[in-house]
Design a protein around this ligand. Structure first.
Ligand SMILES: Cc1cc2nc3c(=O)[nH]c(=O)nc-3n(C[C@H](O)[C@H](O)[C@H](O)COP(=O)(O)OP(=O)(O)OC[C@H]3O[C@@H](n4cnc5c(N)ncnc54)[C@H](O)[C@@H]3O)c2cc1C
Length: 425
């Protein structure tokens, strides 16, 4: 893995200070790329250090494309560092073998053009941290409570513990689904319980059969289970979803913490009668957790003045397309490609934020809605019900628009708009 002391590419940007709120995958990638361009970046993270909770994550071909484009454009080994810790299926790799819930009968094998990959979240973040350039200052244990656009064209960030303020030229809220930045903007973001909770955990592959190395998803009534290997095939990541969609989408409620430790007995009770492999894996999970899954109702705008959003703060969704973090990397690519342009100055940077939102918001919002529909397919709640032949055909095409997307065209479109607005020539 490359450890570098990256220096700025464009010293003319250093007079512009960008406050990034949140040091998850979205915030860290954004800090790396904006710092590398040459902006003076201050990253505020409420935790005492960088840490990812949760277990494995899969990144599809579009995410790898975003990391690759960022690496090339900014001569920064983001993709290389990721590849050093990820489990990667080469071109046309298998995303999942989808099977019926109570047997191992295959419904579809879904491959994507381009590379599929999976990784332990903590390793992913660790692989990126050595790439934070000298232009990035991190503020840990710094919870941002509010941000505001000032008449002076500055942005004021308020932090607690200790209570302080920080002035920047731009603020990017990468602070996740419960975003304080989004709340400050008054954009009306509604976060709601999706009616689905998920058991998550890791287990040693050495204690399972060889078939565990194949990424698999079992689909059944109101539930589905997925497994894929991480840590170079040593560990199996498992997520088991349980849904109750009896109430309408805006009337589902959850009380209590979103993430709690759970027991093997609770998990096995929920999946009684499922395929023997599922029950065996549930029994092998070390430290299982139960997550109440919440989503952000798609926003109609996520930028106000010199403040914008990126990642889950802008478009948190159900994880059913395995695409949330991938969308954050796409956000980071488009934002960096625009803010890198020489025409972007402290006088017009707000227009570049608008251009970013214009191309990113519709695609991210589509993914949010698509994730709900994907869950319905897996849980046999879609109009296809349990028509397995139709489900199989649907799954083979279902993710193409997410994976086979032309990000460079998005940037071109954004630049066209900036030209029409007279911001760039
Ligand atoms: C069960 C499950 C499975 C998933 N699987 C996948 C998958 O396979 N593939 C995929 O691409 N995506 C997946 N996702 C989605 C993915 O986890 C998220 O989309 C991604 O982590 C979002 O990253 P982020 O940086 O935007 O937000 P977060 O990861 O939420 O990071 C936000 C950061 O901001 C910090 N923060 C929050 N508030 C403040 C504040 N006020 N001040 C300062 N700091 C603050 C937090 O401490 C945190 O570090 C899954 C999600 C779940 C729940």
């Amino acid at each position: 893995m490359s450890t570098t002391h990256l220096t700025p590419l464009d010293s003319s940007k250093s007079s512009i200070t960008i406050g990034i709120v949140g040091g998850g995958i979205g915030g860290v990638v954004t800090a790396i790329v904006l710092g590398r361009i040459g902006y003076t970046v201050h990253l505020f993270e409420q935790a005492a250090n960088f840490a990812e909770i949760g277990a494995g994550i899969s990144l599809g071909p579009n995410s790898l494309q975003a990391l690759s484009l960022l690496s090339t454009a900014l001569d920064t080994p983001i993709l290389k560092n990721y590849e050093a810790v990820a489990t990667i299926e080469e071109d046309n790799g298998l995303w999942f073998r989808f099977t019926k819930w109570d047997t191992q009968e295959t419904v579809a094998e879904v491959h994507g053009k381009g590379r599929q990959s999976s990784v332990h979240r903590a390793r992913l973040l660790e692989s990126f941290l050595p790439l934070l350039p000298v232009t990035v200052t991190t503020h840990f244990s710094s919870k941002v409570t509010k941000v505001e656009n000032l008449p002076s064209d500055k942005v004021l960030l308020h932090t607690s513990h200790p209570a302080a303020t920080f002035e920047a030229d731009v603020c990017i809220g990468c602070d996740g689904v419960k975003s304080a930045v989004r709340a400050s903007l008054g954009l009306g973001g509604v976060v709601r319980y999706t009616g689905t909770y998920a058991y998550r955990g890791l287990l040693p592959i050495a204690r399972t059969g060889e078939v565990a190395r194949v990424p698999r998803m079992w689909m059944g009534p109101h539930k589905h289970v997925l497994t894929f290997p991480i840590e170079q095939g040593h560990t199996l990541n498992l997520v088991a979803f349980v849904s109750d969609h009896a109430a309408p989408a805006d009337a589902r409620t959850w009380s209590g913490p979103w993430v709690v430790p759970t027991t093997k007995d609770d998990m096995k009770k929920d999946f009684a009668g499922w395929d023997a492999d599922v029950l065996e894996y549930l029994d092998l999970i070390e430290k299982p957790e139960r997550w109440a899954l919440h989503e952000l109702v798609p926003l109609t705008t996520w930028t106000e003045g010199r403040i914008t959003l990126l990642g889950d703060s802008a478009h948190a969704s159900l994880p059913h397309n395995g695409a949330g973090a991938g969308q954050a990397t796409e956000d980071a690519y488009v934002l960096a490609a625009l803010l890198r342009r020489p025409e972007c100055t402290n006088t017009n940077i707000d227009r570049f934020l608008q251009a970013y939102e214009r191309v990113r918001l519709p695609r991210a919002a589509r993914q949010q809605v698509w994730a709900v529909r994907s869950g319905e397919v897996y849980d046999l709640e879609s109009p296809m019900g349990d028509d397995w032949a139709r489900i199989g055909e649907n799954l083979k095409e279902r993710y193409r628009w997410i994976w086979e997307h032309d990000l460079e065209k998005d940037v071109e479109e954004a630049v066209e708009w900036l030209k029409k607005e007279g911001v760039v020539q």
